[in-house]
Design a protein around this ligand. Sequence first.
Ligand code: NDP
Ligand code: KPL
Length: 310
Amino acid sequence: MEILVYGIGGVGGYFGGRLANAGLNVSMIARGEHLKQIQDHGLEVESIKGDFRVKPKMATSDVAEVPTPDLIILGIKSWQIPSVAAELKTIIGENTVILPLQNGADNYEKLVEILPKKNVLAGLCFIVSYVEKPGKIKHASYEPKIVFGEADNSKSDRVMQIHDILDEAGIENNIPDSIQLEIWKKFLFICTVSGIGGLTRVPIDKIRDSEYLYKMMRDSAKEINEIGKAKGIPLTEKHLEMVFEIINSQPEGTTASTQRDIMNGKPSELENFNGFIVREGEKLGLKTPVNRFIYECLKPMETEARNSSQ
Ligand SMILES: NC(=O)C1=CN([C@@H]2O[C@H](COP(=O)(O)OP(=O)(O)OC[C@H]3O[C@@H](n4cnc5c(N)ncnc54)[C@H](OP(=O)(O)O)[C@@H]3O)[C@@H](O)[C@H]2O)C=CC1
Ligand SMILES: CC(C)(CO)C(=O)C(=O)O
């Protein structure tokens, strides 16, 4: 099986690295100094699950150079999906399967606006990892896991085959009964903590310590839950409570990856998180005042981050 991992950051680098290290045919799309280091010295992964260095079958910045992939794993940020999907359209084969691992609730929908539905799966992942320096990925904490499935949640031969490959590479994975519910459960958590975390610029324990901010976080989560429900996702009050159990059990100092991007003045997934909730609320006729407040407060900084990264 030919596997292409597009985007060798925290997520693509860890999971792509594990697959390559298991001896699978993995090609990697990276760029700049990171690509050069991977080409010259292989990809280094320092992980709480064991360190390794691996030479992928190919590392390039040009998708046209890679063999037609059977499986493409997307390790890019969610706002990069439209441009990357347009690029992939030129190289996929009849049976290529594309697996997105991004945070965000509408990555599948964005992909199928550009790519044939039959080529696209839905998915997400759990890990805390990042590019420590060009050529090196650091997996700092969290038991890594991929959750994925067909859009109709059928246990097709191809998802079972991917499940076997992930198992072979020692990557914990799960094909749930409803991938849409799993995506929204994670989104409910990540959107809740990232927006308010990015705005207050403090870790989760400091937000928990403030009665005012904790209530604001709950109100934000309630709005996200309502939007999900209105879109037909079987979210309930139980899911809201589960998210707050997770929030309440996070150790001191915890920040989410999107919150860190916001705090570091980098382009972030703000548009795909709180911005998405605001726009969906408008479409559905549901008010989202807390998410709008967070979004509008962070938007000028996001615009500046994007302008200065070009
Ligand atoms: N990191 C984490 O711990 C977790 C992240 N997630 C989610 O996973 C997704 C990916 O996040 P993460 O891995 O942290 O992001 P990173 O920024 O670490 O990785 C994205 C990578 O894609 C590369 N890339 C983007 N466009 C191109 C291109 N055209 N050509 C070549 N390379 C490209 C980037 O390169 P460059 O740096 O040059 O732009 C970067 O190396 C996000 O949706 C995030 O929310 C989910 C769970 C945990
Ligand atoms: C919450 C966590 C660490 C789980 O994978 C995550 O997705 C993120 O920080 O982006």
